[in-house]
Design a protein around this ligand. Structure first.
Ligand SMILES: [Zn+2]
Ligand SMILES: [Zn+2]
Ligand SMILES: [Zn+2]
Length: 341
């Protein structure tokens, strides 16, 4: 019998097919294709991107030249523009506002073809610091209410450039999915006087069946009601609502955890296309006791079809207990450390 399961945070129901559960080998994979041609993110092509807003250069070289390890540039084709005033207007019964926002690209490595999980932990940590530094800078701009950091890997996940990168979008409004999480976790807190994410960490650690891995600072779990096969969340064990307010130990631990999860997914799912998002508190808010930042990792193994569009219901052919078991049992070998040119 298929099972309907409810997510405790946003109240979203999903259908888990338990009868003909799909195993990793049942998904047809379109390999993450290497495309030839010019790449503006490669070391040496600094002049081909808009001027950088941040870069880490261990050798102290000048901006927009080679020698960086992580480099952040405005997106050449931004979804939103940085200039101008926010103005809300009505158009009859409709609402509109100027498309103000920031859209930046975090180039995670100067080397083409190296994936995030191939980098040494220390360099993944640098990428996390770049995320943090950009949030801290952009939140000074009071026009921005939310800053989303995400990563698309592979064409199936929407990546248009192969060179490993993350993206940041600063928004003048709170996005719907975030509002739903904030509302859901606030209601849970009002009812139980506990953070729903802290409760999930407690219960999942005890149950163990959906745990992928665990360290001092992080729990990696398949959520109880996942929308997608092999959907996995990374939860910081220590309660904190804002990603950018974490301690340096947290970024150190997170770098290890991300590398570990991506290596497990590569092994079980053969280098899948994926989306990864950091859900954190709205930037103009003080610390929240009911919200808890986290990472959602979603391999793109199935297509969203009419039923999903029509209902908001997701049908997931792999029970999270099985997905977690595959990922948990993956033998993670450390990739060759990469040297910076
Ligand atoms: Zn490149
Ligand atoms: Zn919490
Ligand atoms: Zn979330």
């Amino acid at each position: 019998m298929p099972e309907l399961r409810k997510d405790p945070i946003v109240g979203r129901w999903v259908i888990i097919s338990t009868d003909r559960a799909k195993r990793p080998s049942d998904f047809t994979r379109e390999p993450v294709k290497a495309k030839g041609g010019f790449c503006p993110f490669c070391s040496g092509n600094e002049a081909k991107t808009p001027p950088e807003v941040l870069a880490y250069r261990p050798n102290g070289a000048s901006p927009n030249t080679q020698g960086w390890t992580v480099r952040v540039v405005p997106n050449k084709f931004p979804a939103l523009g940085i200039e101008g005033n926010l103005s809300r207007q009505a158009e009859g019964m409709f609402d509109k506002m100027n498309g103000i926002g920031a859209h930046e690209v975090i180039i995670e490595t100067p080397e083409h073809g190296v994936m995030l999980e191939d980098l040494p932990e220390k360099r993944i940590e640098d990428v996390l610091w770049a995320f943090r530094d950009r949030i801290v800078d952009l939140k000074k701009d009071r026009r921005f209410k939310y800053i989303l950091i995400f990563k698309n890997h592979g064409q199936l996940a929407g990546a248009t450039l192969e060179h490993s990168h993350g993206q940041l979008i600063a928004l003048p409004i709170l996005p719907k999915h975030v509002v739903e999480e904030l509302e859901g976790s606030r209601q849970y807190f009002m009812y139980k006087e506990r953070c729903v994410f802290c409760d999930i960490i407690r219960q999942e650690t005890e149950a163990g069946v959906r745990v992928v891995s665990e360290s001092d600072a992080f729990l990696t779990v398949a959520p109880y009601a996942p929308r997608f096969p092999f959907e996995t969340w990374i939860l910081p064990k220590r309660h904190e609502s804002a990603f950018e307010n974490s301690s340096s130990q947290v970024y150190e631990g997170l770098a290890k955890t991300i590398k570990n999860l991506l290596q497990r997914a590569d092994q079980v799912l053969d280098n899948p296309a994926y989306n990864l998002v950091i859900h954190t508190a709205p930037v103009q808010e003080n610390a929240m006791e009911y919200y808890h930042w986290h990472i959602e990792f979603m391999p793109r193994l199935t297509k969203i079809a009419g039923f999903e569009w029509g209902t908001g219901f997701y049908q997931n052919p792999t029970p999270p207990e099985e997905a977690a078991k595959y990922l948990r049992e993956a033998r993670v070998e450390h990739a060759q450390p990469v040297t910076v040119p």
